[in-house]
Design a protein around this ligand. Structure first.
Ligand SMILES: *Cc1c(COP(=O)(O)O)cnc(C)c1O
Length: 489
């Protein structure tokens, strides 16, 4: 089943013994780089995405596996971080090891409850609640780790970075929470006007931190994402501004998200593989589930739950990956037509043939579509299913859940509705990706109930906001970064 030619690491990777893990570009034209370079950089210079050269095995023995299931979330995260970083964290001062770093990320005031509680909702059904972090979406889980990791590396190197990210709503809030008031970072967030909920916007705009710059773009998320890509591909500018990205293509985020898949699969997987239902937009989270499987976790089928923006559903059905028009839905964090992480799984489905991948990417940028080779399609279908859920079905599912005393967010409702179509026997875990209070308008519309914010966010709507509106022009954004970035040289 393993598609790639992986060279397994024979013994448990401890920070003392492993060599550096190298990361390759999916397009095969860029030199390999280290873990920290892959986390702090963005796209590869050839336009590709970085993937690890080999897949380490996470828990080679039962003791390790048990500790990871029963120990604190930080412990599991540290095992994953170690496996993917090789010896790359060793040179860092002020941090004993990956454990200390993960404790900084996950055992602090940002998580008043546990990081990823698993709640049983049916005989063989669970909900994995990933919205317990400071900005109330699953994106906090990865971002809270990137915050201290970036800070540590930059302090050591006496460097500053400008982080530029596009957000469909939740990445921005999570990034603001992770990077606010950090001396080493200026954060520039591009967010589509009118496409994010007011609670989502307020998580970005109310930090009061001078290193946070929220730019509301006159355009949809795909336009924001294209602008970010454009700025990164201007290498002179990107170098001078020390640009870095924390979008869902960032390898650090993927690695950090694979932690909860691995932990849950190992927790429930004693009877057989565990299936996951993943509300999907940019395909980062779902791909992280596949990564957990590569790490040896008993991950079964991954069901991609999408809204009307169904590019992945069509691709798996027809074999043609074709972008459609971006549609505004009740689950706005998934209003995405080109899923950037799809390139990573395509690379694997093509058995890591970078030349073939480049040809498909060329077709995609020339014609807005590419045809997946039949063996690649067959592989994708063994790993993933996909289904699209309409707004009416989302509202219906919100109501059904509310009747059972379970207020969920619209994205989670898309997942739970998709879940009803999954026929595979076995345990199923649906990812709850945001807190319902982040989408109060839609939840109220469906259920008549107003989901309350958790105590520490109660004053969200009273805090003063700061953001500015900008046209969808690379030149404008370039000028703003140039003027405000403390890293500019
Ligand atoms: C970002 C997001 C998603 C989609 O995750 P991807 O990794 O982009 O597929 C789903 N639900 C919520 C609430 C999100 O914020």
């Amino acid at each position: 089943m393993r598609p790639c030619r992986s060279i397994p690491i024979p013994t448990l990777p401890t920070s003392a013994t492993v060599g550096l893990m190298r990361y390759l570009s999916t397009r095969g034209q860029a030199p390999p780089i280290s873990f920290l370079e892959s986390v702090l950089g963005g796209l590869a210079p050839d336009g590709g995405l970085y993937v690890p050269e080999t897949w380490p095995h996470l828990f080679p023995n039962e003791t390790e596996r048990h500790n990871a299931i029963l120990g604190h979330y930080a412990y599991t995260a540290a095992r994953v971080l170690l496996a993917f970083s090789g010896g790359d964290l060793e040179g860092l001062e002020q941090v004993d090891d990956a454990d200390a770093l993960c404790l900084q990320a996950y055992l602090n005031g940002a998580w008043p409850e546990s990081v990823a509680p698993l709640r049983q909702i049916g005989v063989s059904d669970w909900l994995l609640e990933l919205f317990r972090g400071p900005s109330l979406s699953f994106k906090d889980v990865a971002m809270q780790l990137l915050g201290p990791l970036y800070d540590l590396v930059l302090r050591q190197q006496k460097e500053r970075l400008s982080i530029l990210c596009a957000t469909s709503g939740d990445t921005g809030g999570a990034a603001v929470e992770a990077f606010k008031n950090r001396e080493t970072i200026d954060l520039f967030v591009l967010t589509p006007r009118g496409r994010v909920s007011s609670a989502q916007r307020r998580f970005m705009t109310t930090s009061g931190a001078s290193n946070i710059h929220v730019l509301e773009v006159n355009g949809d998320f795909d336009i924001c994402q294209a602008l970010v890509k454009q700025l990164f591909s201007d290498t002179t500018f990107a170098t001078r501004a020390r640009l870095s990205g924390v979008n869902s293509i960032n390898w650090g985020r993927i690695a950090a998200q694979s932690v909860y898949f691995a932990r849950v699969a190992h927790t429930l997987g004693h009877l057989g593989p565990v299936h996951f239902v993943v509300p999907t937009g940019n395909f980062g989270d779902a791909y992280s589930g596949w990564v957990a499987r590569q790490l040896g976790a008993p991950v079964g089928r991954i069901l991609l739950a999408t809204n009307a923006n169904d590019v992945l559903v069509r691709a798996l059905e027809t074999g043609e990956y074709r972008r459609g028009p971006s549609r505004a839905t009740l689950s706005p964090a998934m209003d995405i037509q080109l899923a950037s992480n799809f390139e990573r799984i395509l690379f694997e489905a093509l058995d890591r043939n970078a030349d073939q991948l480049c040809n498909l990417q060329r077709d995609l940028s020339r014609d807005g579509a590419c045809l997946l080779p039949s063996d690649a399609l067959a592989r994708l279908r063994t790993w993933f299913s996909a289904t699209s859920v309409s707004d009416e079905e989302t509202l219906l599912q919100l109501r059904i859940q509310a009747q059972e005393g379970n207020l969920v967010c619209p994205h989670t409702a898309v997942g739970l509705q998709a879940r009803t179509r999954l026929k595979e026997p076995g345990f199923v875990v649906t990812l709850a990706t945001a807190h319902p209070a982040k989408f109060p308008e839609t939840v109220k519309q469906a259920t008549g109930e107003h989901p309350p914010l958790p105590p520490r966010s109660r004053d969200l709507f009273e805090r003063p906001e700061r953001f500015e509106q900008v046209p969808a022009k690379a030149e404008t954004i370039r000028a703003i970064v140039r003027e405000r970035s403390r890293a500019w040289r």
